[in-house]
Design a protein around this ligand. Structure first.
Ligand SMILES: [Ca+2]
Ligand SMILES: [Ca+2]
Ligand SMILES: [Ca+2]
Length: 229
């Protein structure tokens, strides 16, 4: 891990997925993009923030259900049980990739924010096979519209539908809002999203940033940790 990323210029043009999961996410985003977006402007997205925030808070109960030992984080075994319970047909390798992809701070646990990203990725990928749709919907009926809004937003931002949001696409999306400082806001938003600083934002990075924009944070959990320490 790590050493492979040296030619940052070539990355911008020809990005190669590191895992099967990443390739699948790109595929799924592009498939979803072919159906178009209902978003009209960045402002229309901002107006949805409170609704999205409320929707994402519903994930808390699901999170607690899967965090079997209630230690505030879902470990690899708990995730496997979770995927099994939802009857999502992921291979062992895919579950491991999903775990790694969402465990951004690499502490071998999925916290609540990381879990939201994970669920949304599962939502996106479930499009792959319609057979798991029924069970999935039963498990989280209220979350579908929220996740759909998130996917829709990404599709809106990704102007050329290549599965990534570039700086230019972000500037264009926010520019249309007509605000005077829109260029600066767009750059700031972009920097917030592009945390591996490769000049492109993938769906996962977008999700992590977005959950913060709408107001979800892990204050509660951090307080818990402080008390124990
Ligand atoms: Ca746990
Ligand atoms: Ca983690
Ligand atoms: Ca793009």
């Amino acid at each position: 891990m790590g050493a492979a990323v040296t030619k940052s210029e070539s990355l911008q043009k020809e990005w190669v997925p590191q895992t099967k999961l990443e390739a699948k996410i790109i595929e799924a985003v592009q498939r979803r993009a072919s159906r178009g977006t209902t978003m009209k402007s960045f402002n229309s997205i901002v107006l949805k923030f409170p609704k999205i925030d409320e929707g994402l808070r519903n994930c808390r109960a699901i999170f607690q259900e899967f965090d079997e030992d209630s230690n505030g984080s879902i470990d690899q075994n708990e995730l496997k049980n979770c995927i099994r319970k939802l009857e999502i047909s992921f291979e062992e390798e895919e579950i491991n990739d999903l775990f790694k992809a969402c465990d951004i701070n690499e502490d071998l646990g999925i916290t609540f924010t990381e879990f939201i990203v994970l669920l949304c990725l599962v939502y996106l990928l479930k499009d792959d096979s319609s057979t798991l749709q029924k069970k999935w919907t039963m498990g989280m009926p209220k979350l579908e519209p929220t996740f759909e809004t998130l996917v829709d937003t990404f599709v809106f931002l990704d102007g050329n539908k290549d599965g990534h949001v570039s700086r230019e696409e972000m500037v264009r999306a926010i520019d249309e809002s007509g605000e005077r400082s829109s260029g600066r806001i767009a750059m700031k938003r972009f920097e917030e999203m592009d945390w591996d600083k490769n000049g492109m934002v993938n769906f996962k990075e977008f999700l992590f940033a977005f959950t913060q924009w709408v107001g979800i944070d892990e204050d509660e959990e951090e307080d818990d940790i402080d008390e124990k320490a």
